[in-house]
Design a protein around this ligand. Structure first.
Ligand SMILES: [Zn+2]
Length: 264
């Protein structure tokens, strides 16, 4: 998951004042200008003091981070709240909106991306609970999810699906790694077999390549025959005079010589 960063130096507290992340709070920007883009939001918060902020901005195609998760963003207040969530113990995510004919909607791709981001954050903060800004203070945020709570339920389902997908991916990756290790072991065993086999072949080759190029190369019992054949011009060899006789050929000639066919 790609998370772009443009951290604000103005709209945050360093650290969490002794609190830890217990909540992940989802908002919508409620911006009326269009297009409402995460990158632009992030840039605006990075440019000046606004007295408000969020850790992340999400739109249809991107995620932009404005405040480090170790630091406190100002997105849901510090007063005692309905569910105990406050700025210092939460991570705030703003979803960019589409505003048309006076009506806000949150594009499906934005919802999907926000759910994937929440799932990712839950791998770091597995005990964190998820809520709407509405659940913290009663503010109508994100408005479409307050008007239609089924959309909120759908979002929670998407977070679960993203988590399961992450788990499956992790498992697939683990089994893939195991498979790769197995194949590597096989390749190594194959290479070893190749090495042994080519050694054997070299040795066999070495044996079959016995050649008698000169009379003196032949075993003593063959020499009289081979010398006679050379002297008589029956055996001439190649242009260098190398006879190139295999062991078998030399033996056959020697046996034939005993029959007297080559004369004295
Ligand atoms: Zn909000």
């Amino acid at each position: 998951m790609k998370i772009n960063k443009n951290l604000t130096p103005y709209n945050r507290w360093e650290g969490r004042r002794g609190d830890r992340v217990e909540w992940i709070v989802v908002h919508y920007t409620a911006n009326t200008w269009q297009p409402d883009l995460a990158k632009n939001e992030c840039a605006a918060f990075a440019s000046e003091y606004k007295g408000a902020s969020a850790h992340f901005f999400v739109d249809k195609t991107e995620i932009w981070q404005s405040v480090a998760v170790e630091d406190t963003a100002w997105h849901c207040g510090d007063a005692p709240s309905k569910n105990g969530c406050r700025n210092t113990n939460s991570i705030g995510i703003e979803m960019c909106v589409v505003y048309e004919d006076g009506v806000y909607s949150i594009p499906k791709a934005t919802v999907r991306r926000a759910a994937a981001l929440v799932a990712e954050l839950l791998t770091v903060y597995p005990d964190a609970k998820i809520c709407r800004h509405y659940d913290v203070t009663g503010k109508k945020c994100p408005a479409p999810w307050v008007d239609d709570p089924a959309l909120w339920d759908e979002f929670l389902k998407k977070v679960e699906e993203s988590r399961e997908m992450n788990e499956t991916e992790k498992r697939n990756f683990a089994s893939l790694s195991a498979r790769v290790a197995e194949l590597e072991a096989k390749v190594k065993a194959g290479e070893e077999a190749d090495r042994v086999m080519s050694g054997d072949l070299r040795r066999i080759d070495g044996r079959t390549k016995v050649r008698y190029d000169r009379v003196s190369d032949c075993p003593p019992w063959m020499r009289p025959t081979i010398r006679k054949l050379v002297d008589k011009g029956f055996l001439k060899g190649d242009q260098n005079g190398s006879l190139g006789l295999t062991q078998d050929a030399a033996r056959v000639l020697t046996v034939c010589d005993r029959t007297g066919i080559f004369g004295e």
